[in-house]
Design a protein. Structure first.
Length: 442
């Protein structure tokens, strides 16, 4: 995998209509939650990404029988034969979302053995919010090095207050609470659109869940949960990435499935830059026409409905060639500015002060060898490469594979010059004329 890379040549004026994939940040926890049931569930609109593949392997290790139709993005998971609660360390280290099986395994077995999760190098992302609240629910947690064991005879319903609205902690607590006798309340819960999609899944299973004012989730425990059929929401982060690719290259794009109802602040910032944004009926679907003179904008990341941290890096790439100065403050992850040094290699004028980046727009970026340090950084560097003079070669491609279902093909369908070089040094260029993701070329 280390000798794979993506080659990007300057590609101005990207234009066309594009179909979206299912949301990565929703599907992984949905897959983990299937351990709460016995029987076959069907999940549709599942992205064919490396993280989904890793979660499939994790569930199979526990005894699940799985069939994935990658062409039609349909996943069938039969949990009838799940008989294990220990996850091998090599699987845990592949992705952060692997920790999400803790809640479902505690509900199913009252036991779980895992290693600390891996994933992107974007900060410590401790799981103490998860463990602390499991302990309040009657779980005995012990740690030894990188390994965690958790045991309980009975999960107890409690009022739980999160110091920070952690998405992962909210999801894990939900899975631990759905069958705990009594009423559990999660105060200061995360309410990201992907969490709400996940709650819809739990309700389909038979869970009794209500969302109350002041970011509180109330769960009334039930006896059992049933297998379900569900279609994963479309990916707002992929939407944002595609919009930014069109914006930075001075192009036009239409994304008919875009969940713009969950993207208000991001779209507002694009409008402040001068881009023309047209939203479809019922806040679904978006059309962007790029301005010829984009203005720099400042923003601060935060929990939903704030500016999403997962679009901070791609948005920074766009600010690098906008007129004026922007200030970007990252408040979610302490190490999520590692892409700055790679953008600087391309001629970006960026200064970093702790968790703030000050970007002064330049007339041109220049192609360079760069390294992706996480999923969203990989997207930022490809977007920068689309507008940079010359050729950009990006390594760290495994992050790109983890987060996106062939996003490079979708960019090609819009007219991008992107090549994916595989480990055997065979270059694979995606022919837009036969691309299944292209709806219509304008």
């Amino acid at each position: 995998m280390s000798n794979e890379y993506i080659v990007v040549d300057q590609s101005l004026g990207l234009c066309g209509d594009i179909q979206l994939s299912g949301a990565k940040n929703a599907v992984l926890v949905i897959m983990a939650s299937l351990l709460l049931t016995n029987g076959k569930s069907i999940i549709k609109n599942v992205p064919n990404s490396k993280d989904v593949s890793s979660m499939i392997k994790l569930l199979e290790t526990l005894g699940a029988k799985i069939s994935f139709d990658a062409k039609n993005n349909i996943l069938e998971v039969d949990t009838s034969f799940v008989d294990k609660y220990a996850v091998p360390a090599e699987i845990m280290k592949k992705m952060r979302a692997s920790v999400l099986v803790m809640g479902s395994l505690l509900t199913r077995f009252g036991s779980v053995d895992i290693a600390l999760p891996g994933g992107c190098v974007i900060g410590k992302r401790p799981i103490n919010y998860h463990l602390k609240n499991f302990e309040k629910m009657g779980v005995r947690v012990s740690t030894s090095g990188d390994f965690i064991s958790a045991r309980t005879k009975k999960l107890e319903a409690k009022k739980l207050v999160l110091e920070y609205p952690s998405v992962g902690a909210t999801e894990n607590i939900l899975m631990a609470a759905v069958c705990a006798k009594g009423t559990t309340k999660i105060v200061n819960a995360a309410l990201e659109p992907e969490v709400l999609d996940f709650i819809d899944v739990l309700k389909k299973m038979g869970a009794n869940i209500a969302i109350l004012p002041a970011a509180t989730i109330e769960i009334e425990g039930v006896e059992t949960l049933q297998p379900i059929e569900h279609e994963v929401m479309f990916d707002r982060l992929e939407t944002g990435s595609l919009l930014l690719a069109a914006a930075v290259t001075g192009g036009q794009i239409y994304i008919p499935q875009a969940p713009v109802y969950a993207m208000d602040i991001f779209l507002m910032k694009l409008e402040e830059m001068g881009h023309d944004i047209q939203v479809g009926a019922d806040d679904v679907g978006v059309r962007l026409k790029a301005t010829a003179c984009p203005k720099a904008v400042s923003f601060k990341t935060g929990p939903y409905p704030g500016f999403p941290t997962d679009l901070q890096a791609p948005m920074m790439a766009v600010q690098c060639v906008a007129e004026g100065q922007s200030i970007i403050e990252e408040t979610v992850f302490e190490n999520r500015l590692l892409h700055v040094r790679e953008l600087q290699k391309m001629g970006a004028q960026i200064k970093v002060y702790h968790n703030k980046a000050i970007i002064t727009g330049v007339e041109e970026l220049y192609g360079a060898p760069v390294i992706a340090t996480d999923i969203r950084a990989s997207c930022a560097l490809v977007i920068a490469g689309l507008v940079a003079e010359g050729q950009t070669i990006m390594s760290g491609v495994h992050h790109w594979r983890r987060g996106y279902q062939f996003l490079e093909k979708k960019l090609c369908a819009l007219g991008a010059d992107v090549e994916f070089v595989t480990g055997d040094d065979e270059m694979s260029f995606f022919d837009c004329s036969n691309n299944v993701y292209k709806v219509d070329q304008k």
